[in-house]
Every structure is written in C-alpha cells, then in structure tokens.
Design a protein around this ligand. Structure first.
Ligand code: CAA
Length: 389
C-alpha cells in the first residue's frame, strides 16, 4: 500500500491540420470574443486525411517506448469515444505499428471523456498487483460535432500516452478517489452517427453536478482539504469550462469566488487545450501536461484532477509531482506538435468535415498527407490498414 504508483512518462500528439477560431468567426458571423473569451478557444486541431485515433496514439506513444523500451509493458489500455471499430481494440493497431512484444494484453475502454481516467486507474491497480510491470495508457479522440451548431467551435483532436509504473518519474497518483455516476443524456453518439449529439447547456450543468458529487465523495473518503491543492486540472471540453468548474468548487467549499484565485488555480492548465480543442479522453491529461510543462516547480505539491465523461461519470483525485520530474518532461515536443500544424482555411475544413465515410467494402486508399511517422493506408475490404510512412 505504501508503494508509489503513477505517471512515469507522458507524451502527446495532435492532428497535423488546424482551423483557427479567427477564421471560423469571420466566416460564420460570430463575434471573435465569444470564442477567444467566452469559451476560451483559439484554434482546433483537425486530423490529416490519413490520420486518426490510431496514428495519433502511435505518435504519442512512440517516444515513450523509445525512452523506456517495451519489455516491462504487459498491458496497453486504449481509451476513446471515437472508436474506429466496434470489436477490435484500436490499441492493437498501435501495438503492431510500434512492434510491441506479443506477450501483451491490449484492450479498449469507453465511458465518454472519462475513459482516459478509467484507463489510468485500472493501470494503477495492475501495477499494484505486480510492481515490476508497466502499463501503457493511450487516450485518443477526434471530437466532431455537426457543422453550424454551437458544439462546432469546440471540436479538436489529440492523443495522450502515459506510462504507468511503480516509483514514477513524473507524478505519483494518490489512492483516494471521489467518484460519481448519474444516468443522463447530456452528450452521446449513437452507433449510426459520425458526429456527437449534445444538449449544450444541459451538458455544462451535468458536468458541474457530477463534479460536485465526485468532490463530496472525495471528501467523505478522507481526501485532502481544498486548501492543500496548488492547482486544479479539470476536463476541458472548452477551456472556460475549467474556470466555471473551479468557481463551482469554490462555492461548494463555501469560499468566496475570487476571479484572481480562479485564474491562479486553473490558468496554467489551459495552454494546450485552447489551441487543440476538445480531445475528449485526452483533454484532462493535456491540462496536466500544460501545467507540468509551464508552471514553476511543483515538486511535492498536490494537483487536483477532475475527470468528467458525459452520460455521466466523474472522478476527483490527486497527483503529486515527484522530485526531479522536470528533467523528464517533453515540453519542447509538445509545443512543436502544436506549432507545426498546417492551417487549412474554411473551405477545406468544411469539405473534410462533410466527407462521407466509405461503407461499400471496396478499396479506398487514403490520400498521402501526414508528415508523421505512421499513417492510415486506407480501407480495403472493410479492413483498416495502417503503415509506417
Ligand atoms: N465576448 C465575450 N464573451 C462572449 C461573447 C463575446 N462577444 N459572446 C458570448 N460570450 C460568452 C457568453 O456570455 C457565454 O459565457 P458564459 O458561459 O459564462 O455564460 C459564452 O461566451 C458561451 O456563449 P453561449 O452560451 O451563448 O454559447 P453557445 O450557445 O454557443 O454554447 C456550448 C456554448 C454549450 C459550450 C457549446 O459550444 C456546446 O454545445 N459545446 C459542446 C458541448 C460541451 O462542450 N459541453 C461541455 C460539458 S460536457 C463535457 O464536458 C463532455 C465533453 O467533453 C463533450
């Protein structure tokens, strides 16, 4: 029980294309302030024609395997809510692209944006059972809403890969967790749709209600007091949601809602998400990456993490950066992944968004577009084929 388990390495990847909110606002007649200030978004990542959750997951995980090898990884857990197959785990394609050993179990997990945290917690349990093992967690999603609907401005695409191990080099995850589940239809995607359905306002209040429930449970489970936290990393469907969530938590803890305090608590967690957009399962961990990459030394200080998945499940837990963690960060790689995206402009974006998914079982090679190391070669006889580029 005294064993420290947590995040040993963290790396993210994002789609190689980008649409800015400046372009979106100019073309759909929205005031730019609504995007930049109101929802806190500046641009959204869009996957290239031969990118998807698998290729982004592989790009995110490859540097982790290059640094640590795969010898101790016996489990790969792939969390997503934009799955590419109803049966086969997307992680098997990643396992193959990265030439991982066959003595590995691979599985896919789903509960909306909460799936990444479920994967993390399951991984921690496996490492407790056998501390010599490591677990590769990949959270990868492409967020897609209907064009010209309020959700459109909150689209995005990214994958986070995390290596979970004993004696982690980055962040120790504490055992106390607060959890909450409620059966609610705030956001969902039926199997026959490629875009998510959402009741926008309902989803924001469902998020806040679930957060409140998870925080209360965390407190009842003997978790840390509110004042012990140096920063709070919230799931960020749009980055202003982190501000809303923190205001609500302050209220729930009987504190005065002071805007300067809100910015202090969440301000350094939003830098990546405001450029990438919603990456669903990856979002809260992009928040953690931004905090670790950009904040002053946080060694030994508690970070509160709030994961929310519509439908709905929430979990509140704490992570503590360990001594020396800053030497293991991938800040440069992360900033470059965002900076090198290619701006596609409005017409190109719309065309890509409306592209119909081929369902005829024929051969559909994907256009060569990504400059990354892995690509979707195409669909051939209903099979997705991936290849190194
Ligand atoms: N300058 C500054 N601010 C402005 C402005 C301007 N010119 N114009 C508007 N605003 C502000 C508004 O006052 C509002 O602020 P508050 O939220 O503080 O009231 C904010 O901009 C947004 O404006 P609206 O509420 O009018 O925006 P909207 O009707 O377009 O809806 C949304 C916003 C509900 C988030 C919508 O984008 C949406 O449906 N998104 C998808 C669903 C979603 O992200 N839900 C979040 C919770 S669910 C979840 O977390 C799971 C998940 O990942 C999906």
């Amino acid at each position: 029980r005294d064993l420290a388990v947590g995040i040993h390495d963290l790396s993210f990847a994002t789609g190689q294309l980008v649409l800015t909110h400046e372009t979106l606002a100019a073309r759909n007649g929205t005031e730019l302030g609504k995007y930049h200030v109101g929802i806190g978004q500046r641009s959204m990542s869009v996957p290239a024609a031969d990118e998807d959750i698998v290729t982004m997951g592989a790009v995110a995980a490859a540097p982790i395997l290059a640094r640590h090898g795969a010898d101790r990884i016996r489990t790969v857990v792939f969390a997503t809510e934009s799955s590419v197959d109803q049966a086969k785990a997307a992680g098997i394609h990643v396992h193959s692209l990265l030439s991982m050993p066959s003595a590995t179990r691979v599985v896919e997990l789903k509960q909306a944006c909460y799936g990444g945290t479920a994967a993390l917690q399951f991984a921690i349990g496996l490492v407790h059972r056998d501390p010599s093992q490591q677990v590769l967690v990949i959270a990868s999603d492409v967020s897609k809403y209907e064009l010209d609907q309020p959700g459109e401005a909150t689209q995005g695409a990214a994958a986070v890969a995390m290596l979970i191990s004993a004696d982690p080099a980055l962040v120790r995850i504490e055992e106390t967790s607060g959890v909450f589940t409620a059966d609610i239809m705030d956001f969902w995607r039926p199997n026959y749709l490629t875009t998510a359905l959402v009741d926008g306002k309902e989803s924001v209040s469902a998020y806040l209600q679930a957060m409140d429930g998870a925080w209360k449970d965390y407190t009842e489970q003997g978790g840390r007091a509110f004042d012990e936290f140096a920063a709070f990393c919230y799931h960020q469907p749009f980055t202003k949601m982190a501000h809303k969530a923190h205001r609500a938590l302050l209220e729930s803890c009987g504190r005065e809602v002071d805007e300067a305090e809100v910015v202090r608590a969440v301000g350094q967690t939003t830098a990546y998400n405001e450029e990438i957009g919603n990456s669903y399962t990856a979002s809260v961990y992009l928040g953690l990456a931004a905090l670790l990459d950009n904040a002053d030394d946080l060694t030994g200080q508690a970070i509160g993490l709030l994961s929310y998945g519509s439908g709905s499940v929430a979990e509140f837990f704490a992570g503590v950066p360990v001594p020396g963690y800053r030497a293991h960060l991938r800040s440069e790689q992360h900033r470059e992944a965002i900076a090198r995206r290619r701006d596609i402009g409005y017409a190109d974006y719309r065309e890509r968004h409306q592209q119909a998914f081929p369902v005829d079982g024929g051969d559909h090679p994907a256009p060569r577009e990504t400059t990354g190391p892995y690509r979707l070669a195409g669909l051939f006889g209903h099979k997705r084929v991936y290849e190194p580029r």
